[in-house]
Design a protein around this ligand. Structure first.
Ligand code: NAD
Length: 431
């Protein structure tokens, strides 16, 4: 792929614009991020040396509310990636009708190479560097790839120290004792599960007759595997960054989660641990997993996993994007031509930001909800928006991805127009 990730992401906007009721002004505004910040973060390492890391925060749009988006720790983090993720957050928040704009952050680092103390100094250093750029009413952080509740807790604590007031609503995905919400941990997967449950009956696809392969076994992918297996779907393959495992009869997901939690990679399971005794399985690479002949394929790792190079190998009937941006726009066209249904990231993985919104509401009101309340509200939102996007896609005969962008663009366009349209300023007419 020659395009930058952002240039590729923007193509989705161009396709959807034709179908949305949105002014030229609004379209022009949405082509550019509102503000981008690059920072260097000096960290004293355990051996006494100083190492400087690159960090980023991009607020793409805040017309509908404060920026909202996760913080990623990964060696490949770049401004282009963070900007693309902030762009997707803008549309995701609009799809779910959350009162937020889109933002994202990241640090270029291999977190697995740092000690816990180095990781804490890095996380606090990042907040020191971006403190004037964020805030509960400005831009709110959350976990993403290789960040977790503990890191969110450090970030919230550091921001509170800087502001000299406890500020829980600046970060979501915090530990419960620091103002986190019940249900935030599994929210991305739970939301995706509700979307799958809303869609599959439309194809008369019963769980017991549905095979699933999941790429990525982290906060999102592992919970996804567990929820689907519990609901009767046959999860036949899972993978992490080291590789994957496959069993035609279905995998024993709880054992795999338990083994992973002990710090082991998935491929280390192969004929070494209890899972081998429960069900026989084969080892496979991430590329093999993507090419499996399954009903549902769930990319839940990183972007650009299905590209022009491997799209012709894809055999799944339905793809649910739990990861952000796992399919390039060129690969998307091929999948559509092949009749493979793709359910897009800005809908499917929106459960995470939805429960982040619930956490922010709880922090601001000081009243905390039960897991039943959280899940019931999440279910209602996910099903409502999945059905709306399905109807748009049927009515306009467009893909679910384009329909999701149309749905988001209509809401974003309305908000941008409310600030004054070209028609209003040129002709003096209130439109
Ligand atoms: P995580 O760090 O918990 O897990 C990432 C997983 O991907 C790990 O299992 C890792 O081993 C695997 N992985 C890394 N590189 C890989 C590779 N090259 N091939 C295969 N697997 C690889 O992260 P997460 O929070 O589960 O996020 C996964 C995806 O879901 C990301 O795209 C993220 O942006 C998206 N997402 C996460 C949330 C959330 O709330 N956590 C919300 C929305 C979207």
């Amino acid at each position: 792929m020659s395009d930058s990730l952002f240039a590729d992401a923007s193509k989705r906007l161009q396709t959807a614009m034709k179908y949305a009721s949105i002014s030229e002004d609004a379209v022009e505004r949405l082509k550019y991020p509102k503000a981008s910040l690059s920072v260097s973060i000096p960290v004293r390492m355990d051996n006494g040396t100083l190492q400087v890391f690159q960090g980023y925060r991009v607020r793409y749009d805040d017309t509908r509310g404060p920026g909202k988006g996760g913080v990623r720790y990964h060696p490949n983090v770049s401004l282009d990636e963070v900007q693309s993720l902030a762009f997707w957050m803008t549309f995701k928040c609009a799809v779910l009708n959350l009162p937020f704009g889109g933002a994202k952050g990241g640090i270029t680092v291999d977190p697995k190479a740092l000690s816990k103390l180095e990781l804490e100094r890095l996380s606090r250093g990042y907040v020191d560097a971006i403190a004037d750029f964020i805030g509960p009413d400005v831009d709110i952080l959350a976990p993403d790839v290789y960040t977790n509740a503990m890191i969110m807790g450090w970030m919230m604590d550091q921001y509170s120290i800087i502001r000299r007031q406890i500020s829980p609503a600046v970060v979501t995905g915090k530990p419960l004792t620091m103002g986190g919400s019940v249900g935030r941990d599994g929210a991305t997967a739970t939301g995706a599960f509700f979307a799958i449950e809303a869609i599959m009956p439309k194809f008369d696809q019963l769980p017991s007759q549905t095979t699933v392969a999941i790429q990525g076994f982290g906060k999102a992918g592992s919970v996804m595997a567990e929820l689907l297996a519990r609901a009767g779907y046959k999860v036949v393959a899972v993978s992490d960054s080291q590789g994957g495992i496959y069993a035609k009869k279905g995998l024993d997901i709880p054992s795999i989660r338990q083994y992973k939690a002990m710090g082991n990679g998935i491929t280390a399971l192969y004929c070494k641990n209890t899972v081998c005794n429960i069900v026989e399985h084969e080892i496979l690479s991430n590329q093999d997993l993507l090419a499996l002949d399954v009903d549902i394929l769930i990319p839940a790792a990183l972007e650009n996993q299905i590209t022009e190079a491997n799209v012709n190998d894809i055999k799944a009937k339905y793809i649910f994007e739990v990861a952000n941006g796992p399919i390039t726009s060129e690969a998307d066209k091929v999948l559509e031509a092949k009749g493979i249904y793709v359910f897009p990231d800005i809908l499917v993985n929106a459960g995470g930001v939805t429960v982040s919104y619930f956490e922010w509401v709880q922090n601001r009101s000081g009243l905390y909800w039960t897991i039943e309340e959280v899940n019931q509200r999440l279910k209602q939102k996910m099903i409502e928006e999945t059905e709306r996007i399905w109807s748009i896609s049927q009515e306009l005969a467009i893909s679910m991805r384009t329909a999701a962008y149309v749905h988001a663009l209509n809401r974003l366009g309305e908000a941008l127009n409310a600030k004054g349209t070209r028609d209003y300023y040129i002709n003096g007419r209130i439109s």
